[in-house]
Design a protein. Sequence first.
Length: 287
Amino acid sequence: MTFVATSIAEVRAAVDDWRGQKDIIGLVPTMGALHAGHGALIDAARRECQRVVVSVFVNPTQFNQRQDFDLYPRALSSDIEFCQQRGADLVFAPSVSAMYPHAMRAFVEVERLTDHLCGKFRPGHFRGVTTVVAKLFHIVEPHRAYFGRKDAQQRAVIRRMVADLHFPVEIEGIETVREPDGLALSSRNQRLGPQERSVAPALYRALCRAAEMIRSGVSDPEGIRRAAIAGLTRLPEFRIEYFEIVDPEDLQPMAEVKTPALVAAAAWLGQTRLIDNVLVLTPRPGL
Ligand code: AMP
């Protein structure tokens, strides 16, 4: 039975009870319009924790464009059903006024790790993310929290927040779930037109091409970048926002590429912004 809570008090009452029973609590923070990518996070939490909380909250403070916030898909009743089917114990779906009852004067900000990739193009985005995730951690007090590797920068930034501010929570990372043609599942994919959808997997192909070059020992970031994005730049539908090779921990660009390396990209297809990344852990054996 999945309980749906809209107030912070209801969540606190439930988790206090579970903590009293010494249950391990897992939190899966989401913005809803749930798909199999979110499902993989909920399934991992279900396997590893006695209690699973899924938060569904389209957080206005992490959107740097009002239109993107307004257009973000919302599907609460099917999300609740989705969580029920996957055996979540609690869905926390607060209103904006429940999460932000008055003007905010306190924020959480992670420096340096937010200077590149999405941080460079979405001013204020990560401050919105870290602040809302810190709130959720204080409300739910989970032992573990589950994040997708699709949002690699988000996960690295949250890991750093947790480490630097001593949050007593383990941050887990779940592999990106993809469509059969390679496109990473995203709530935003619903907004792609048929032509955009048909070319969308080219983003992942470009990342894989870069990863392959890194694995084979190519170390010049500009050379890798140019070769990798050649396929994308030929497609008129795509507008590349960034395509960078960075250190996976501090997210700084590498002057000379060595493993481990994170290749991450964002690109616009019409009105829809897609992000994706590939982590290259080791060179090809024999190199
Ligand atoms: P969102 O609702 O897009 O904010 O995502 C909520 C969580 O689900 C984040 O930790 C995402 O990284 C994760 N997530 C989103 N899409 C995927 C995917 N395709 N595979 C794995 N995790 C995902």
